[in-house]
Design a protein around this ligand. Structure first.
Ligand SMILES: C[S@@+](CC[C@H](N)C(=O)[O-])C[C@H]1O[C@@H](n2cnc3c(N)ncnc32)[C@H](O)[C@@H]1O
Length: 275
């Protein structure tokens, strides 16, 4: 019902920034296949300590960064692999510039960190002599994103911490994944709890919805096929398939609380072997 009302409002251009009062935030729907012991309510308590994480220590040393505590272990798990060489990072959403400085200190010193923001005052956070650049424009403008990519890309790491509007997240991913993210690169979208808060939902599909669809796309090679199509040495084995660009370049999709990570890597045909 919520989705249908949203769909109509979006269609007629009515759902832009503010949720109408008769609509509620997204509710949790769970399959009846879950046994009751997995869906029964249990108590979760506040953490007693700050994260034990060097990146969290760097975050704590700057007063102008806005991040949730549980993100630091996730950043470390996915970004540590890029620290041994100069990389290019694009962060959508500069705010007070603290995160750009944090990334500059975290990654290899010769890395290039680019922030984009719609707010012109964010330009003040550029530190060109340290390869920290800021460009002003909207993450919902594919032309602007293409310009940023032409000037600085392609990127090893792209982090979306911008408007948190669902249609912006969708447009940015659509505009950047193919041309602006390197093979072997990492695309991360954070603060995805906002996909469950109606005032941020202004598209029929949220980014979480797209990410769930990407789980199916990971399995695109298997749709309408059988195991022998992939069996090593089998006479019926296929040697090539036509797949969507996404399916042909998705290494993995990882879901965390409020974060989705998409690793990009050229894929080969899956191969099964019976020894
Ligand atoms: C959550 S803050 C970024 C926080 C920053 N990354 C940090 O960790 O401290 C979100 C930023 O997104 C910017 N923003 C809002 N709409 C935008 C858009 N359409 N395109 C790009 N940036 C946008 C806002 O101006 C704001 O500075």
């Amino acid at each position: 019902m919520r989705k249908l009302l949203n769909k109509l409002l979006i269609k007629f251009g009515l759902l832009i920034t503010k949720a109408p009062t008769f609509l509620t935030d997204k509710s949790l729907e769970t399959s009846d296949a879950f046994p009751a012991e997995l869906t029964e309510k249990v108590t979760v308590v506040q953490a007693s300590d700050a994260p034990k994480n060097p990146l969290f220590d760097a975050f704590s040393a700057d007063t102008n960064v806005h991040k949730w505590h549980h993100y630091f272990d996730i950043y470390t798990r996915h970004f540590d692999q890029y620290r041994d060489r100069p990389i290019k990072m694009l962060e959508i959403g500069v705010f007070r510039g603290g995160s750009l400085r944090m990334w500059k200190d975290y990654f290899h010193p010769e890395s290039t960190i680019v922030g984009i923001d719609i707010d012109k005052t964010c330009k003040d956070h550029e530190i060109a002599d340290r390869n920290v650049f800021v460009r002003i424009g909207s993450q919902a403008d594919p032309g602007f994103l293409a310009e940023v990519n032409r000037e600085f890309g392609p990127f090893d790491v792209i982090l979306d911490d911008g408007s948190h509007k669902t249609h912006h997240q969708n447009i940015s991913f659509g505009a950047l994944f193919r041309s602006a993210l390197k093979d072997g690169g990492c695309y991360m979208v954070e603060d995805l709890h906002t996909n469950y808060w109606l005032k941020h939902v202004d598209s029929e599909d949220t980014f979480i919805d797209l990410a769930k669809q990407m789980v199916d796309m990971l399995h695109e090679p298997y749709i309408d096929r059988k195991e022998t199509d992939f069996r090593h040495g089998h006479p019926e084995a296929v040697t090539q398939l036509e797949l969507s660009y996404l399916a042909a370049n998705l290494a993995c999709i990882v879901f965390y609380d409020s974060i989705v990570v998409i690793d990009k890597k050229t894929q080969h045909l899956p191969k099964a072997e019976l020894r």
